[in-house]
Design a protein around this ligand. Structure first.
Ligand code: KIV
Length: 252
């Protein structure tokens, strides 16, 4: 019997019917576990730069890193849609955006995500015209952390609110099938949710979104050196690992 894979259209159609649960995975076992738990949208996020590769931020992540981790996650052959981040500076032109999106698809992703709204519209349009399913990412944009001097919440002023709503509408019009809203004021995220026809997937943006995404390491307490304020880990994996290792050493 062939397994029915979850498509970008199926994720889009969840709007108004079912909350979209999304989590990150960067390798075979994590993608397989999330899939066995029934996660419909699995992202090989460039957050791997911090939680797996030990960099201070995502600006160090390369296409080679992304392709390597997408290949590993794709070997799990998840039923859930496997999406991948276009890393820092990999989509500066429409041609580069399409070429690098194709590389991620060849590595096993079924969709790509990039950060920005109207400023990258040419790239988004080129990606969707090439037939590659695309997820938008608005609000706090981690790849811009150095220019912005930190991870800053967005949508606090009327100008930021208007700009976010316009960016979200432009992305949906350009063919994005979902839009991640990161650290957006809850009321602005809720407004975007009612105004765009595709699912909004929030992270630190309140409960009024069509879905939620988290970095799995934050959810399971696997990166205890930093946990975002909006995440309550459901399990403390780092502590469990240390206890198991200590108990084993004491048993020698
Ligand atoms: O890189 C990432 O993991 C992300 C999500 C947390 C939205 O972009």
């Amino acid at each position: 019997m062939t397994m029915q894979k979850i498509t970008a259209q199926a994720i889009r159609a969840m709007k108004g019917r079912q909350k979209v649960a999304a989590l990150t995975a960067y390798d075979y076992p994590s993608a397989k576990l999330l899939d066995e738990a029934g996660v419909p949208l699995i992202l090989v996020g460039d957050s791997l730069g911090m939680v797996v590769l030990g960099y201070p931020d995502t600006t160090h992540v390369t296409m080679a890193d992304m392709e390597h981790h997408v290949r590993a996650a794709a070997r799990a052959q998840p039923k859930g849609l496997l999406a991948a981040d276009l890393p820092y500076r990999s989509y500066e032109t429409a041609a580069a955006a399409v070429q690098n999106s194709r590389k991620l698809i060849e590595a096993g992703a079924a969709a790509v995500k990039a950060e920005g709204g109207r400023s990258i519209l040419e790239q988004v349009t080129a990606i969707t015209r090439a037939g590659i399913p695309f997820i938008g990412h608005l609000g706090m944009l981690p790849q811009h952390v150095l220019e912005e001097g930190g991870y800053k919440r967005k949508g606090k002023t009327p100008a930021e609110r208007e700009s976010l709503v316009a960016d979200a509408s432009a992305l949906a019009e350009a063919g994005a099938f979902a839009i991640v809203l990161e650290l957006v004021q809850a009321e602005v995220a809720a407004e975007i949710t009612t105004r765009v026809p595709v699912p909004s997937i929030g992270i630190g943006s309140g409960t009024g979104c069509d879905g939620q995404i988290l970095v799995t390491h934050d959810l399971i307490g696997m990166f205890p050196w930093f946990t975002p304020k909006f995440v309550k880990p459901r399990v403390q994996c780092a502590e469990e690992i240390k206890s198991a290792v200590t108990a084993w050493m004491q048993s020698l």
